[in-house]
Design a protein around this ligand. Structure first.
Ligand code: SF4
Length: 237
């Protein structure tokens, strides 16, 4: 019979809709939902600046990487940076030191930045994941799903003029794209109205020096776009 499994909607005293019990006495919809964490209730969502966000999420255990990490790697750099750089995830050196891009790949990133007249402290550098995957394996979907909201919040606090994604993992997850790196490079994409450009991850450049020439072209294009956008906003002020 229809009536036996019917769930009816009522208003409780606080005005919220809730489901009454069905005749079979099974758990009701709101009882189940009440057990799930509501993202809107998580304190980090209302963080007003990067230090506040960092302290709200640095103990995160939302995925299994929280148990295996040595240090949580929030990100580093200028909180008002006009260029925000996104990599994949911390490696062994980053996990030890709690800072992104500090190993060999990090040294190469510093040189790349210097070559286009940025100091490391001028930009903001972070990763898709804040904790190191074991043996530097690629992030899995569940880890990215749990962690990427933190990156989105960082971007909304820094409000960069341009975002540079290093490697396919960063670009693919930020842009929600399944295109290859070669198809993503050389174009200006958009993340919530912020221009995004893509180039090789410095670790890939260490493995394959033939990619240094195209990477150099990419970062020169980033510098040019950055300068144009900064000049446009100065003209408006
Ligand atoms: S990787 Fe991200 S979601 Fe997973 S424990 Fe670390 S901070 Fe939390």
């Amino acid at each position: 019979m229809f009536g036996e499994n019917l769930i009816t909607t009522t208003q409780n005293l606080s005005g919220r809709e809730s489901m009454t019990k069905n005749s079979a006495g099974k758990p009701q919809e709101t009882e189940l939902f009440d057990q799930l964490p509501s993202p809107a209730s998580e304190p980090w969502i209302s963080a007003r600046d990067l230090p506040e966000l960092n302290s709200a999420i640095c103990q995160c255990m939302k995925c299994s990487l929280g148990e295996s990490r040595t240090k949580f790697v929030f990100g580093v750099g200028n909180p008002d940076a006009s260029l925000l750089i996104i990599g994949e995830a911390p490696g062994a050196d980053e996990d030890r030191q709690g800072e992104p891009f500090v190993g060999r790949a990090g040294q190469l990133l510093n040189k790349i930045l210097e070559a286009i007249q940025f100091r490391r402290e001028d930009v903001f550098i972070c990763n898709i994941l804040k904790c190191r995957p074991p043996n530097n394996r690629a992030p899995v979907a569940e880890e990215v799903e749990q962690c990427i909201p933190y990156l989105r919040k960082q971007i909304s606090l820094v409000r960069p003029k341009v975002i540079l994604c290093l490697g396919l993992v960063a670009a693919g997850h930020l842009l929600g794209s399944r295109e290859s790196l070669s198809r993503l490079r050389g174009k200006v994409h958009s993340y919530e109205n912020t221009p995004v450009m893509v180039t090789y991850h410095p670790a890939a450049l260490l493995r394959n020096p033939n990619w240094k020439r195209p990477a150099w072209e990419d970062v020169q294009a980033v510098r040019k776009l950055h300068d144009e956008l900064v000049a446009q906003s100065s003209a408006k002020e």
